[in-house]
Design a protein around this ligand. Structure first.
Ligand SMILES: [Mg+2]
Length: 172
């Protein structure tokens, strides 16, 4: 297998929701709910995100966005599309809007949240932002997975490919 299906979250992974939330003039006031009032088309890209997408694409993987737009801020659904067309137009028609990331079919999920079924995703979940997991870590981690895929040989008795690979890749 030399091509993985990879899902990438938007807020906090591709798009800098946190920075916009912090800089909004209502920040710190009672009842401030950035989810419901921010313009999602105006976020800055997260550090390293654009280049990481480029690297993963060059590795030949199949990339998709998987994002959960706030249900009660329907404009944010369209704003996300606008953001994608401006910053990462290669994701045109490659977006999943979902509150159930556990139902996605694929090998890798890159996501900073744990409240949408990320832990139940069938593949490997990179918990972005946790324990220092940044874009550099993710890209090198995926590179490492592919290296095992390519070069692994059963040299030692009792050694299995699955000792080195995420569980859903061991039989491929
Ligand atoms: Mg997120």
């Amino acid at each position: 297998m030399n091509k993985l299906i990879i899902y990438i979250d938007m807020d906090g992974v591709l798009a800098n929701f946190g920075k916009a939330a912090e800089e909004h003039p209502d920040n710190g006031t009672i009842g401030y709910e950035p989810d419901l009032i921010l313009d999602f088309s105006k976020f800055e890209p997260m550090p390293g995100a654009i280049n990481a997408v480029k690297e993963l694409t060059e590795m030949g993987h199949d990339l998709f966005i998987a994002t959960t737009p706030p249900w009660d801020h329907p404009d944010s659904w369209a704003q996300k599309r606008t953001w994608v067309l401006e910053h990462l137009p290669q994701f045109k028609k490659r977006m999943f809007l979902t509150h159930r990331k556990d139902l996605l079919k694929g090998e890798i999920l890159i996501d900073d949240s744990s409240s949408r079924g990320q832990a139940e995703f069938e593949g490997t979940w990179f918990h972005f932002g946790k324990n220092g997991i940044d874009w550099k870590y993710v890209v090198e981690g995926i590179r490492g997975i592919m290296q095992v895929e390519k070069t692994w040989e059963p040299k030692e008795v009792g050694s299995e490919k699955s000792d080195f690979l995420p569980h859903n890749l061991k039989n491929k």
